[in-house]
Design a protein around this ligand. Structure first.
Ligand code: SF4
Ligand code: ZN
Length: 310
């Protein structure tokens, strides 16, 4: 049985492959919390923060995020925001998990039911021109609503559970496409450039999916293991599988790609690409790049589809 690199006790299954390290449960928990705190401090994520809104889906990453933030910043005012996306056989289970999680951690929470509040749910996009890239649309809906809810609540930070694997997958796709305007937005912190835009932080950006799973399990944090049925076979999932294969053959690949982006490429991109000026969407009044924001544009498709139904 391998020994914990930190204390020498039997290491009960906590293997950090990229760091070639075995740890026991207690040392892993300390390692994880220290590493997240370092990321937060390194990027000044909570500097001057008074009220943080944490996006929780019920999955391992955001559940780990809520617990670790509670531990690291117990004095900070915190609210969890959960979006019920209306995905049959998945969303209700996620909501239940979030309710259990928040009551265990004693955190106030808001559940926003998409169908009830907005009149549509994510599966409705399947019958629209956006059906083939449903995860992209879902991402836009989530980003918009989280900002709007957090803004209305008066929060000055939104924390999301994006992990290293998520970010590397996005980087991989954007580098392939040479999408520099989008690449410049992939960063640990997105400081707001509009009064209705809340600063967004990604405290788990340096943690792998596996580490978040270990942490949630080791701390007995409630999370759902169910996967969204709409994500099955998506291009995003295929890219993640490919990256996992690369990581298996080139250990440290994900950390390398992320670090090169943040340390070397991002500063250069920030110098050469101007931050776009945000205006207010003519329909909803929230920040937008064009006259009509992407949320209003895409949601009009499902609202229209509703009207056309017999
Ligand atoms: Fe949304 Fe895709 Fe995630 Fe499902 S897998 S919750 S559709 S982003
Ligand atoms: Zn709008």
């Amino acid at each position: 049985m391998p020994r914990c690199k930190s204390c020498g006790k039997t290491a009960d299954g906590y293997v950090l492959r990229h760091a070639k390290m075995h740890l026991c449960k207690e040392c892993f928990i300390k390692y994880y919390e220290r590493k997240v705190l370092n990321t937060i401090l390194k990027h000044g994520m909570l500097k001057g923060a008074r009220f943080i809104a944490v996006a929780v889906s019920g999955g391992k990453d955001s559940s780990a995020l809520l617990r670790v933030l509670r531990k690291i910043a117990p004095e900070l005012k915190m609210v969890a925001i959960h979006l019920n996306l209306g995905i049959a056989g998945y969303s209700d289970e996620c909501q239940k998990t979030v309710e259990e999680l928040c009551s265990q951690l004693d955190v106030n929470y808001v559940v926003y039911d998409l169908r009830r509040e907005e009149g549509f749910s994510i599966p409705d996009f399947q019958d629209t021109p956006y059906g083939r890239r449903i995860c992209g649309v879902c991402g836009t809906v989530k980003r918009y609503l989280l900002n709007k809810i957090a803004y209305r609540l008066g929060a000055d930070r939104i924390a999301t559970g994006h992990n290293l694997d998520d970010v590397v997958e996005i980087l991989f796709e954007l580098y392939l496409r040479g999408a520099v305007e989008e690449l410049v937005r992939i960063r640990p912190v997105s400081w707001s450039t509009h009064p209705k835009m809340v600063h967004r932080i990604k405290p788990l950006i340096e943690m792998t999916e596996e580490e978040n799973l270990y942490y949630s399990s080791a701390t007995e944090t409630p999370f759902t293991e169910s996967k969204c049925p709409l994500g099955k076979g998506s291009r995003m999932m295929k890219r993640k599988e490919l990256i996992a294969l690369l990581e298996k053959n080139i250990q440290g690949f994900k950390h390398m790609l992320y670090k090169s982006h943040v340390k070397r490429i991002l500063p250069k991109l920030e110098q050469s690409i101007e931050e776009p000026t945000l205006k207010e969407c003519k329909l909803c009044g929230m920040p937008a790049l064009k006259e009509i924001c992407s949320y209003c544009k895409i949601s009009s498709k499902v609202r229209k589809a509703d009207v056309n139904q017999p």
